[in-house]
Ligand binder design. Structure first.
Ligand code: ADP
Length: 224
């Protein structure tokens, strides 16, 4: 299973990425975590990227792409599956990640899009700020990260839709409900991924299926 996740800050990429990784026994490659780890350890790379993280800006593409290439090579050795969390964040990264995937024979099977509206995202990030003290979970930096998401990240969704690998889920519900919907969707696709030709895959929009999974919440509609 090879999944990349595209979602605004606060939608639950980290939580759901960890769930997918555990369920399919594949590495969870989270660029934000890798970058924060460098900052915490005070490496040269960490010192170079800290200001970008603090301001809620994207670090230079080449920095994350080098990290991801290395992690993908390790993922290949570990069986070939992966869940990418935090990349791609713009069209250049999407193309570069695709090229790395082609080179290694492991392009993504699924682009998983988590949808939630700004009010809910901001509420979650501010709640997390009280617990975790991430330098970028302040109201100003949250607004900057959301704006950047709509400006440069959301537009790449169309590319995955055209490739026929986009799966959108409504992330306005509890982590358990969202996680269940994701695993059901991925398990449903699994036989096609293993046997079907890539070009026959269809994109699926599962955002309206909330009630089918027992959820009461309404579908988000503002994140694209
Ligand atoms: P969030 O999605 O909540 O913003 P992440 O942990 O994914 O959290 O990212 C935190 C920060 O790390 C981003 O604001 C950005 O500065 C940096 N970052 C993470 N991934 C990338 C990437 N692919 N390209 C550029 N910068 C990135």
């Amino acid at each position: 299973m090879r999944v990349l996740m595209i979602a605004p800050p606060g939608a639950g990429k980290g939580t759901q990425g960890a769930l997918i990784a555990a369920h399919f026994n594949i590495p969870h490659i989270a660029t934000g975590e890798l970058l924060r780890d460098h900052v915490a350890r005070g490496t040269a790379l960490g010192q170079a990227v800290q200001a970008y993280l603090d301001r809620g800006e994207l670090v230079p593409d080449q920095v994350v792409l080098d990290m991801v290439r290395e992690a993908m090579i390790a993922a290949k050795a570990a069986g070939g599956g992966y869940v990418l969390d935090g990349i791609p964040r713009n069209m250049a990264q999407a193309r570069a990640a695709y090229k790395i995937g082609l080179e290694l024979g492991m392009t993504a099977d699924v682009a998983l899009h988590l949808q939630a509206d700004d009010a809910e995202l901001t509420r979650r990030l501010l709640a997390r700020a009280a617990l975790e003290h991430r330098s970028d979970d302040t109201p100003e930096v949250i607004a900057q990260r959301l704006a950047l998401y709509y400006e440069v990240t959301a537009p790449i969704l169309a590319w995955y839709r055209d490739r026929g690998i986009l799966v959108s889920v409504d992330a306005m519900r509890s982590a358990q409900e969202v996680g269940l919907e994701i695993l059901v969707a991925l398990e449903t696709m699994r036989p096609y991924l293993e046997h079907g030709p890539t070009r026959d895959r269809l994109s699926q929009d599962l955002t309206s299926l909330g009630t089918a999974f027992g959820a009461a919440g309404s579908a988000a509609s503002t994140s694209e």
